[in-house]
Design a protein around this ligand. Structure first.
Ligand code: MG
Length: 376
């Protein structure tokens, strides 16, 4: 089945037409396990950052995310959208999409894979909102069945995954301080893509000998500059570099891939699963984020596709509360690297879920996403 056919099937099911020509299905009573309508609440909330968050493309002190709560049969499911401005998403546009998708949520939520296709068919884009709905549905199903998400997906609750701790762009002194304030982590992800990148890495190296990964967020201008920096960073104990050049410069990435000594991972170059076959030849690996691909189910699908294409895998996040980070952590064991620290950068996280202990993600046995707390 092509992706188009898959989506069309989803659209037909959303419109209720998929069952119309199927008398047996029409005669079947609605499953007793899930009946009635789903109550949907959407809220937008400003998250305060512990420290300013600097990337090559800007600096933030707050982030505005949208949250969804669904309730049916006395069971609630929660989801979070951390919209990505680069893809023209805002908390408001995410909330509007969730509103539009309400009719899908009145169908049987146990059939979460089918609901995902229907949600995808509601409108293009709005990946963060789709991730929030996927999360909320999976949280609801897990709680309804009394099963943690990792178990629902056939994964291990005992598997602890190491996460990087991200250091945003700041003065070298402030970046050094951020590293020293997070001594539990075994590896740091340093944001670069500035004219001072050598000073930044030398400054970090002066305070830690631990492995580093760097993320230029498309900040380097030419392939020659990128190669020079990557080569130099390889000598500084940097394990891999993320998105050195603008996302669409695939020809330059081909040139780089032939020459670099350490892996180059794509992040901004990969949004949804359909992008993967096109960009796969140009990178050693990819950074998958729930907010880019549209949720946990799509991330699992992307991981399988990426493996087939011989790519390394990282699971990343945006600035997200423990709600969304817990959803990512539930599937992190499918990836080679995890960068799931968005919740640690927030000072008003309303949720408690996955714990980060000595730089490792520790899952819990609670059903669904395993998250405690309510909408802010
Ligand atoms: Mg990145």
């Amino acid at each position: 089945m092509t992706r188009k056919e898959f989506l069309r099937l989803g659209a037909a099911a959303a419109a209720g037409t998929a069952l119309a020509g199927c008398p047996r299905a029409a005669r079947r009573p609605a499953p007793a396990a899930s009946s009635g309508r789903t109550a949907v609440t959407v809220q937008i909330h400003d998250l305060r950052l512990r420290q300013s968050w600097g990337l090559s493309r800007g600096t933030w002190t707050t982030r505005r995310n949208a949250f969804v709560r669904i309730e049916r049969d006395g069971v609630a499911g929660l989801g979070e959208a951390a919209p990505i401005a680069r893809y023209d998403e805002t908390a408001e546009s995410a909330a509007a999409f969730i509103d539009k998708a309400r009719p899908v949520l009145d169908r049987d939520l146990h059939e979460y894979a089918l609901r995902l296709a229907e949600i995808e068919a509601v409108a293009p884009g709005e990946h963060a909102a789709k991730a929030a709905l996927d999360m909320a549905v999976l949280d609801w199903v897990g709680k309804r069945l009394g099963v943690p998400l990792w178990k629902l997906l056939g994964l291990a609750g005992s598997k602890e995954v190491q996460t990087t701790y991200s250091i945003g762009i700041d003065t070298v002194e402030a970046m050094q301080r951020k590293v020293l304030e997070a001594p539990d982590f075994g590896v740091y992800k340093i944001k670069v893509g500035t004219p001072d990148d050598r000073k930044i890495i030398e400054g970090i190296r002066a305070v830690t000998g631990k492995p580093l990964r760097t993320d230029a967020n498309e900040g380097w201008k030419t392939k020659e500059e990128a190669l020079e920096m990557i080569d130099w960073m390889a000598g500084q104990g940097v394990e891999l570099v993320e998105q050195p050049l603008p996302a669409d410069r695939l020809g330059d990435y081909a040139w780089l891939k032939e020459r670099v000594r350490i892996p180059v991972f794509g992040d901004e170059s990969l949004i949804e699963p359909a992008d993967l076959p096109r960009i796969a030849p140009y990178f050693h690996g990819v950074n998958v984020k729930l907010m880019k691909c549209g949720g946990v189910q799509e991330a699992v699908r992307l991981a399988a596709m990426a493996r087939t294409l011989g790519l390394g895998l990282m699971i990343g996040c945006m600035i997200e509360t423990s709600l969304a980070v817990s959803a990512g952590a539930a599937v992190a064991q499918l990836f080679d690297y995890a960068d799931l620290d968005g919740n640690l950068l927030i000072s008003n996280d309303p949720f408690r879920g996955v714990r980060t202990v000595k730089g490792r993600l520790v899952l819990n046995d609670r059903p669904g996403l395993g998250v405690e707390g309510e909408l802010p």
